[in-house]
Design a protein around this ligand. Structure first.
Ligand code: ADP
Length: 162
């Protein structure tokens, strides 16, 4: 069992500065953070899992301690397959809490060795979510403050297509 790895799972559709903040702060505590891109909600996502992984690979290319992988199926199975035991999640408002609490309890019940650790959002990103970025981008707003330039480019490309 590897105590030095944290798995940071999510949809990351797309990856925002808020996500990067949690990943970077995770690296202050763990040697390696694996950003695990969920493939489950493919149908509702703007970017395919492959596109999300591809963007993340580019965004993290300069930091070998930040890894990116796609996962399918049950998160705890994936965590165990990486010989890890920590799931890292971010918390913004109280509204995140109920769902996250349920998920963490469920994961711990399914697999007792897996623990979920929560990191509070940095106040400057408290309002930031992938959905709000997509909404602002779709309506033609400037999203430069919310996402890395590469993500902005890809988002603009998507919205030009639709
Ligand atoms: P999911 O679909 O699994 O909720 P998300 O991509 O929306 O995936 O989020 C992944 C994780 O990042 C979640 O734990 C979420 O709470 C956290 N997160 C998202 N945005 C922020 C933010 N602005 N600040 C802190 N944590 C965040």
């Amino acid at each position: 069992m590897n105590r030095h790895i944290a798995i940071y799972p999510g949809s990351f559709d797309p990856f925002t500065h808020g996500h990067m903040d949690i990943a970077q702060r995770g690296l202050e505590i763990f040697d390696t953070v694996i950003i695990a891109v969920s493939n489950n909600s493919e149908k509702n996502s703007l970017f395919s899992a492959a596109e999300r992984v591809d963007m993340l690979m580019k965004l993290t290319a300069d930091n070998p301690r930040l890894q990116v992988e796609k996962f399918d199926g049950l998160l705890v199975n994936y965590v165990v397959s990486k010989k890890a035991r920590v799931i890292l999640r971010g918390l913004r408002a109280v509204t995140d809490f109920e769902f996250e609490f349920q998920l963490a309890q469920m994961n711990h019940t399914v697999c007792e060795q897996v623990e979920t650790l929560f990191m509070m959002t940095s106040p400057k990103f408290a309002y930031l979510s992938s959905s709000i970025v997509k909404e602002v981008g779709r309506l033609g707003g400037d999203i430069s403050k919310f996402v890395p330039p590469l993500v902005k480019e890809e988002l603009m490309r998507k919205f030009d297509q639709s």
